[in-house]
Design a protein. Structure first.
Length: 140
């Protein structure tokens, strides 16, 4: 699936991820979905309840607030984002265990290199095991 991310929303995601260093940061993304295209229109930073450098879990109270804000703005939930402060923008083994929604996009921001990198993944099951497939992500 193709997914678009406006530059200003990417900027907000990066700001939140950099602000969370050295810990992983996370949030939700929302927008519109049509055949073959997801358009991210907004990002909702939330707290990483794990406060960890290598894993995350979305704070449930922040998640509720984000979902209510999405609804108020008429946006559909599209997935979430989290940062990898020290590793590439690829799902970790733990990420794959957590990524259970096959409709969701899982965006990963790597802050490990000289410049940030962002990739988006969808997850499916192959022989009962979760497999991540990279989406075609365009910053627009
Ligand atoms: Zn991860």
């Amino acid at each position: 699936m193709r997914i678009t991310l406006p530059l200003d929303v990417y900027g907000l995601i990066l700001e939140h991820c950099r602000g969370g260093l050295p810990l992983e940061a996370c949030g939700l993304v929302a927008g519109r979905q049509s055949d073959g295209l997801k358009e991210i229109l907004a990002a909702f930073p939330v707290r990483n309840a794990d406060a960890s450098r290598s894993h995350f879990s979305i704070d449930p109270r922040d998640q509720l607030g984000a979902v209510l804000a999405m609804r108020a703005q008429g946006l559909s939930p599209l997935g979430n984002f989290h940062s990898h402060p020290e590793t590439p923008a690829r799902p970790s083994g733990e990420d794959l265990r957590l990524f259970v929604d096959r409709r969701a996009s899982y965006l990963i921001v790597s802050l490990a290199g000289p410049r940030p990198a962002i990739k988006s993944f969808q997850v499916s099951l192959a022989d009962g095991l979760p497999v991540a497939t990279e989406e075609e992500l365009d910053i627009v």
